[in-house]
Write a protein that binds this ligand. Sequence first.
Ligand SMILES: [Zn+2]
Length: 376
Amino acid sequence: MAGSGGHIGELYCLNEIDAETTKCMTSDAQQLRGNYFSHQLCSYCGCIQIHYDPADALKVHYGQDYDLADVVQNNLVVQQGVAQTKKQQLNTRLFGAIDRLTEVPGRVLEIACGRGSLISAISAAFPNCECVGIDPSPDLPASTTYLTFIQDFFDAQALPSGKYDLVICHGFLNRSPTLVELKKIHSLMNSHGLLSVEIMVLEDSPHTPRVWDHSHMFTESVFCQWLAMTGFTVIDTNSNGTTVHLLAQLSEKSKQSFPITGELIDSTRKIFATQLKYWQEVFSSFEDIARHNDDYLIFGAGMFSGIILGSVGTEKFSAVVDEVCRGTEFFKLPVIDLQEAAERGGTVLVCSRSHYLPVILEKIETIGLKAIVLGR
Ligand SMILES: [Zn+2]
């Protein structure tokens, strides 16, 4: 069996890892334990899926170790010089879309609602609306009359019966069989229903080959075809640099059908290969650097630094430089701000998304320290 739809498709192995000997990191900077993991590209649906051995490795992680803290899940997004958290951006757009609806939504479902802050805000804004949030987290708030929380993975059986006018699905579809979930979501919605999805797309996710909890990755083009095939029309799209937020309405199913074109499969394969090569370069440049006995700092208490520190260990580093997280620890290293970094001195290693690099390098230059970009 292969592919997001549980159909038979030809699988190309893009990357495989002996997870017993190689540390496999997750997006919340933890180690995912297992025997053997691989990235497989399905030639039928165009999805890159991670295959886990043992098969429940990811489920075990979500049930026990997954970090819902805002500092991990809610990164700052800087657009046109204005810094907002990712969630502020998403919520503003979503509330704008609700305001444009001709009718106030009567029933709203949020899948993977985390600690329930968004669905609680919707419930507060629309007091007569019946709201449901579902999430496997043990940190769910208590239910009230109009707001029900269900501790579970997304399961239609677990939900109150009836159709929904608005379904919110932020940060979930890269973690579950995407196409299967889209079909399930479609079946739960009213004919005029609105879907709000936030996804990571392969082309904006250079970490893909090194992060093992995003079990389903795909390009934006492939995802939009899946939406059309499932019966959704995209009405609005916004990229915030790390994720894409799409608003879609129920529509007729598109005439397009599977398989996804060879062109899209090829482009998916090429993007992944480029990313794999990028990380090889990151680690080989680190090996060169590690031969010197300088004092090193690493920039950013985020996913890229997490991949590096999780893989190579912390011996070479004295601290992590991060303005937002200063005063905390990251991989047991102290997190310091630029001021303290300037006082400490040392060379700052930088590994980040290419469009963030100019700003980061400028900051380091301002405090008079030397920066080395890994993987470039
Ligand atoms: Zn497939």
